[in-house]
Design a protein. Structure first.
Length: 150
């Protein structure tokens, strides 16, 4: 399965884009310009996040030869007392996730939803559910999920 994030607008604070799965546009994206991922190809995996207490879509940026594994990295992550979908993670941990605005995000996440203004999205839960389901099914079938950011 191929996911493509096409960035089309960078106003210096936020980066807006489109998320496509196998060539079909699914939704809009928003990222913090200072903390977004560099362009490239990444694996997308389901991983249990101890902060959110559920499986999430992780954009795997980990190089096993240099850094800790994702499980080891998660063990070092401080768990916050109050967690909601818009909570910023305490460390850099890129995910595809729900959220309404990317202005104060420092965790490298790609927020999904319907574009209404620079860095602002609506209906994030609707679009995240579609993406999560498609990735989950692809991984269950033994397929690799790749995400290209350009």
């Amino acid at each position: 399965m191929n996911i493509k994030v096409e960035r089309y607008k960078n106003n210096g604070r936020v980066v807006d884009g489109l998320l496509k799965i196998n060539g079909k546009t699914i939704c809009s994206t928003a990222e913090n310009a200072e903390h977004c991922l560099v362009e490239g190809v990444y694996d997308v995996e389901l991983h249990y996040c101890k902060q959110y207490h559920k499986r999430v879509l992780i954009v795997n940026t980990f190089d096993d030869s240099i850094r800790l594994s994702k499980d080891e990295e998660c063990e070092l992550c401080d768990q916050l007392g109050f967690v909601c979908q818009n909570t910023d993670l305490p460390s850099f941990c890129p995910m595809i996730k729900m959220g309404n605005g990317a202005y104060n995000r420092t965790d490298g996440s790609i927020l999904v939803g319907e574009y209404i203004a620079n860095g602002c999205l609506i209906h994030p839960k609707k679009y995240y559910s579609v993406i999560f389901d498609r990735v989950r099914k692809a991984l269950k079938r033994g397929k690799r999920v790749k995400m290209k950011i350009c």
